[in-house]
Design a protein around this ligand. Structure first.
Ligand SMILES: CSC[C@H]1O[C@H](OP(=O)(O)O)[C@H](O)[C@@H]1O
Length: 375
């Protein structure tokens, strides 16, 4: 069922702090009463802003798998809210509750493999599940909803903090290339790469953004362009194939991208095409920076070779789909590949901005030094 939730447009769907500057909308929210998740269907943007409401965890899992909601932090937050919905329907005793939570956790965890934020959020929710399992059903729901909302708010604030860190690297009057969408749509709000851009704008810097369209699902053309234009930030879109010549002509001063998983040695998994942009940036001496909250850092993963890369349907390549309209662009008999992510080695990255500080992937230990005492 699709429903337009006016309150969500004002960011007042629940007692969140005022939306941080630059994100007057949310990708996903848990409504007051903790029984309904509201989600902006990003597959329809920019032509339609349609919010869907879900009452069941299976619906949230489907929304993550089909990319109604996408972006590493946003899918972690969504999965946390999905667990809350599962608790609403479980009024059994401790063991029955633990069983339901374990089954739901597994369903949500299997939706997408690359973004570590999904597992990170579910692991954090599991610690709350174990702590409250013996409480009454209503208290269990309230505790899980509070933990899920905390994950949401903390991510939004982390994005703002990392954005301010990264903004120091943005030169006034520069042109910044982005890839895919690492904005408020992909996070708890404010964005990671787009958080740096918003913070630079808020610091009074005049910047122009070039959003690479990002085939096959066009998150750059559809989502980043929509999000930045909505915020009044100067954005233009180029095709992925234009990046090299734009760099060769000196039209790009800096690249800032998000991440789905950062390995211990500083290798970064991000949307397919990121590695190619990083190689071009190296050839042309353009600084290549990454912005990601600490929930995207996976210190248990030694390097990029250990990051699982999601393979998605060939149809996402052979057809261009926007909402209900779909156009086939390839011959029936020809197969297509569709790895959704690639890995950029640390040696191609100038800086990694997190809310805990800035790491220089060239200094492999600098990331681990940022780690909080306990994680
Ligand atoms: C701030 S995380 C954004 C990150 O997630 C995107 O992938 P997807 O759209 O498939 O969820 C892309 O890699 C972005 O950089």
């Amino acid at each position: 069922m699709s429903a337009f939730i006016p309150t969500l447009k004002t960011g007042r769907a629940h007692p969140h702090p005022e939306p941080l500057s630059g994100s007057a909308f949310s990708a996903v929210e848990l409504m007051p009463g903790d029984r309904t998740v509201v989600m902006l269907d990003q597959r329809l943007l920019p032509r339609q802003e349609r919010y869907e409401t879900f009452q069941r965890p299976e619906q949230v899992a489907d929304a993550i798998s089909t990319m109604k909601v996408r972006g590493a932090p946003a899918i972690g937050i969504s999965a946390a809210y999905g667990l809350v919905l599962a608790a609403v329907f479980c009024d059994g005793p401790r063991d029955a509750f633990l069983e339901v939570m374990s089954t739901t956790d597994g369903m949500l965890r299997r939706t997408r493999p690359t973004a570590v934020n999904l597992a990170w959020a579910l692991d954090r929710m599991h610690r709350t599940v174990v702590r409250i399992a013996a409480e009454a059903p209503r208290e269990r729901v309230t505790a899980l909803a509070a933990e899920a909302r905390a994950i949401h708010v903390e991510d939004k604030l982390a994005c703002k903090k990392m954005g301010e860190l990264g903004a120091a690297s943005v030169r006034d009057g520069s042109t910044i290339l982005t890839h895919c969408n690492a904005g408020a749509l992909a996070t708890g709000g404010y964005g990671t790469a787009l958080g740096v851009i918003r913070a630079a704008r808020d610091a009074g810097k005049k910047i122009r953004v070039l959003s690479a369209e990002t085939r096959p699902l066009l998150q750059g053309a559809r989502l980043t362009a929509w999000e930045l234009h909505k915020d009044g930030i100067d954005v233009q879109t180029i095709t992925d194939s234009m990046v090299g010549s734009f760099m060769a002509r000196g039209l790009i001063d800096q690249v800032i991208v998000g991440a789905d998983r950062v390995a211990r040695n500083g290798d970064v998994a991000n949307k397919i095409g990121t590695y190619g942009v990083a190689c071009l940036a190296q050839v042309h001496g353009v600084p290549f920076d990454v912005a990601a909250p600490w929930s995207t850092v996976d210190l248990a993963c030694p390097d990029g070779a250990g990051i699982p890369i999601e393979e998605r349907s060939e149809r996402e390549v052979s057809h261009v789909t926007l909402g209900e309209s779909e156009v086939q662009i390839m011959p029936d008999a020809v197969r297509a590949h569709n790895p959704a992510f690639d890995v950029t080695p640390a040696r191609l990255i100038r800086a990694l901005y997190t809310e805990l500080g800035t790491a220089s992937p060239l200094d492999a230990a600098s990331l681990a030094r940022l780690a909080p005492p306990t994680r």
